[in-house]
Design a protein around this ligand. Sequence first.
Ligand SMILES: C[S@@+](CC[C@H](N)C(=O)[O-])C[C@H]1O[C@@H](n2cnc3c(N)ncnc32)[C@H](O)[C@@H]1O
Length: 242
Amino acid sequence: MTDTGRPTGRSWDTEQLPEGDEKVAAVRDMFDAIAPKYDRLNRIISLRLDVRWRRRAVRDLALAAGSRVLDLASGTGDLCVDLATAGLRPLSIDLSFGMLAADRSGVPRVQADILRLPVPDASTDGVTCGFALRNLADLPSFFDELGRVVRPGGRIALLDVGIPGNPVVRWGNDIYFGKVVPRIGALLSDGAAYRYLPKSVAYLPSAEEMTAQLLNADFEEVTHAQLSGGLTQLLTGTRSER
Ligand SMILES: C[S@@+](CC[C@H](N)C(=O)[O-])C[C@H]1O[C@@H](n2cnc3c(N)ncnc32)[C@H](O)[C@@H]1O
């Protein structure tokens, strides 16, 4: 929709959130479209807090230098840069050729749907995933896929946007993401994509549900942390030895 309510013809610009294959195609097309301006918008919208959240994810991944890490839904490679800076060996995997083309991290890149990873069982020491859980067509299947590819004792650190617990912060957050961010997006990038952002939070299950799904996918020591008052959430876990 345009700001005047007219449809824009973009597959991600719908009142009804898409599901299944339709969602995968809409998400890929949307990120292809916004890729060139993605980093700039991210820094503006998050007031650079996104930089701090990614560093926290790498810290809490807590893997030794030299460990192999798949950065899933890597986008333009911000997490890959932080992983490499910490002495880890990342591989960048994303669905969108546009985002991968904008990746300047210098680490190896692979185009794939992260629900079906092109890597053998137990082949990686760790996985990071930044701000993509809500974009996936089937979250429990993704967690099962992590359980398949992470070696026993390996680690995961998954970031996504959150819903602040404090009602005043939540109110401010709703206004910011519901009204301000779409206008910034329309001005500097693609209004439809930045209207999708606040709506897409509805896809995310509760912290308790995601924790249960990770335990079910053979992870243990699963933790859930609220960052910056709950603006963002971080899930970590260790692949069980079973
Ligand atoms: C909000 S961006 C986050 C990018 C990056 N992780 C970051 O922290 O800035 C979400 C990314 O998820 C990717 N993505 C969404 N669904 C995917 C899927 N099924 N498989 C692989 N990548 C996917 C998109 O192409 C996009 O690059």
